[in-house]
Write a protein that binds this ligand. Sequence first.
Ligand code: HEC
Ligand code: HEC
Ligand code: HEC
Ligand code: HEC
Length: 163
Amino acid sequence: MNLFKDIEHLIRLAVVIVVLLLVFVVLRVAVVPHSFGEYGHYRGDAIQEVAARPISFAGHAVCEDCHTDVVDQKKLGKHVVVSCEACHGAQARHVEDPGSVKPAKLDTAILCARCHEANSAKPKGFPQVATADHSAGLACDTCHQPHRPKIETAAKNEAGGRK
Ligand code: HEC
Ligand code: HEC
Ligand code: HEC
Ligand code: HEC
């Protein structure tokens, strides 16, 4: 009997721990979404939810079917490696209804600088310019054709041999 008397405080502690564990289990069941862990450490339902979102990018292959003139230009220059929607943005809605949904006009001062603004962190071989000095405030497509950006020598002289 003496023995039990001495461990009474331990029993009380054990009761508290069991109650806390129960609270934890009840909260966990209430709070964790039911599909959690179905496939991995995330909600299984998230897959269907993401898949149900409207598609916003169409992919360059579908653009190229209609805009063959742009493809012909593009393949002559280094922008052949840049996909249509990297510049024009997500255009799935334009593809569905080209007659009424037109891609927005691009602001080349923002667009071209996004890739070509000079930065010492970029690889040396990547074409880059300090846009403010280089373009003297003119839109980039005043001199460069966006789909085939290299300026040939004759035009270069016209543009004052800027670099
Ligand atoms: C089913 C054919 C078709 C497909 C596919 C298509 N387009 Fe077009 N696109 C058109 C037509 C038609 C016009 C309007 C031409 C016009 O009015 O001069 C147009 C116009 C444009 C314009 C110019 C808008 C303007 O200001 O006049 C851009 C930029 C463009 N498309 C980009 C794209 C991109 C990027 C894709 C691929 C994601 C794409 N298009 C896919 C038919 C298509
Ligand atoms: C490096 C960026 C860039 C890429 C890549 C690009 N475009 Fe453009 N595109 C432009 C800019 C800038 C304009 C001129 C401004 C505007 O119309 O918004 C333009 C204009 C156009 C136009 C309307 C006038 C014209 O020149 O025919 C069409 C159509 C077009 N692009 C389609 C395409 C398609 C299709 C692709 C992929 C095959 C493509 N573009 C890839 C930047 C780009
Ligand atoms: C999404 C990134 C991207 C955007 C936006 C972009 N470019 Fe480019 N540009 C490239 C890549 C990639 C190359 C090829 C680099 C290489 O081959 O070393 C390139 C090459 C060039 C070159 C060198 C061409 C040559 O033959 O030497 C010029 C000039 C150029 N771009 C101008 C422009 C202009 C003007 C715009 C805006 C209309 C623009 N770029 C928008 C990625 C981009
Ligand atoms: C007044 C005409 C003019 C304007 C405006 C202009 N450029 Fe250029 N750019 C040139 C000429 C000329 C060259 C040298 C020939 C070439 O490489 O195509 C050049 C070269 C380039 C190059 C290649 C640099 C290299 O090291 O190979 C890039 C990138 C470039 N320009 C981007 C731009 C961007 C971005 C804009 C807009 C902010 C712009 N340019 C506006 C005339 C112009």
